[in-house]
Design a protein around this ligand. Sequence first.
Ligand code: ADP
Length: 500
Amino acid sequence: MNAEMGVGSAHLPIIEDEVVEYSQPPKTASSSILERTMSLAELLDMNAFRDVCTSFVDLYRIGIKIFDADGTKLIDIRVGNTEWCGYIFQNARGRSLCTELVTRIKQFSYPGLPDGQVVEQTCFSGLKYLITSISYGGDVLGRVVYGPFMPEVLSAPGAEVGTFGDGFEPERLWAHGHKIRRVSDEKVLQILANFRSVVDTTTFVAMKAYLTQQLHVESITASYNELAESNRKLRESLEKLRELDRLKSNFLAMVSHELRTPLTSVIGYSEMLAEGLAGELTEEQKAYATTIRDKGESLLELIGSLLDMSKIEAGAMRLNLSDVEVGPLVEGAKSYVVPQAQRKSVELIVDVQPDLPRLRADREKLRQCLINLLGNSVKFTPSGGQIRLGASVFVGARRMAVDDGRFGPPDETFVRLDVSDTGIGIPADKLEAVFERFYQVDNSITREYGGTGLGLAIVKRFVEAHEGEVWLETREGVGTTFSLLIPIERTMEATEIALS
Ligand code: ADP
């Protein structure tokens, strides 16, 4: 029995009637919650634990008190000693001694007492209490105070009660003693050992559950902290990228602007040379001057696209709205690409439905859209091919956003502009990508044709700024159709709308 309880001697008293301060240093705040000492109240289901204690008290008729490590009383079940203690309490001296004893038991603590050690406290009246710790992994979680009980060998109340005076009758006190459990030291140790093993098991199971739960919490907390850190770094990188993007756009806008002015002079002077305004040229010289002009114009277009894109990205591009006749708009765009189409022997057909409604739109930007689409068609259509530029009214529902399955009102009116060609087509998996900035389906092909990969990105931004829609249908080796829907009625009536 003693081995089970960890008691070194068969006799009970180890520390007797001695108040010793609990000297274990308090745990310092730790980074890990696992290193925190749990209190019994946090650990145990107190209602279930109280039921267990009650069963023991009912069975052995000895009271049980359970204290938390900080001395908070969690459970107090008394049995048999009410009259005994009540009688003592009526006497002033008895009351003072009793309070002293209760305080001592309540504050009882001891340093370095091995786990499972039992300490006896004897009441001046002859009754006894046993105190033992509840611990886990070297941490004292709380205490059990078992008693009071009457030692089997006790034949009269403690001698001190004889000095109480004030009419106190030790015999009357003794008469109340029959309700208090009389038990031998061995027996009571045995009972306490049983109770302890129940408490230890309960604490062990509860601690395990708590540790498992805390381990989860710790690992989740660690992952969360890692994620938060990555998130912070990502946000920083994003901010840096945005800043770089802004700088790039400003740089592009500045450089493009600075290039445009001298380039316009290059084009102007080469044209004057080609036309012989600076004196007659030989055929070869004329051809050189024409090439300079043509290349200069391509360069100017490219710079124009870069400038447009950087303005869009800087939020500096605005729509200048006016009433736009669709027929002249389409003719104007067509005339711009006629020379290239003729050079490539590509047929250009315009098909405008009569009586089209006027658009409230930015004429120059819509013209730019059509020029970009027509320019691509000419570029990607082999000699002998055909390009058709159509304009018609479309009444119906628009897709609200690509692939989200939602549609607009069923009877919205749009002007629909289609640019179809019999060119090389676009692979099915590149349909979305072609609208991205600087994207070109095949660099080797496009290098052959030239271009920046900005044309369609600009078309998309301009059309969307008009609250319109752009999409394409294509088959490789057969041809491509780009379609624009520009709504007749606009929700935004401002004459200037910022593009973003
Ligand atoms: P780019 O300046 O290269 O023409 P765009 O943004 O206008 O840039 O077009 C992006 C890419 O989409 C082109 O490089 C080309 O690969 C493809 N593309 C655009 N229009 C056509 C078309 N009509 N036929 C075939 N491919 C096209």
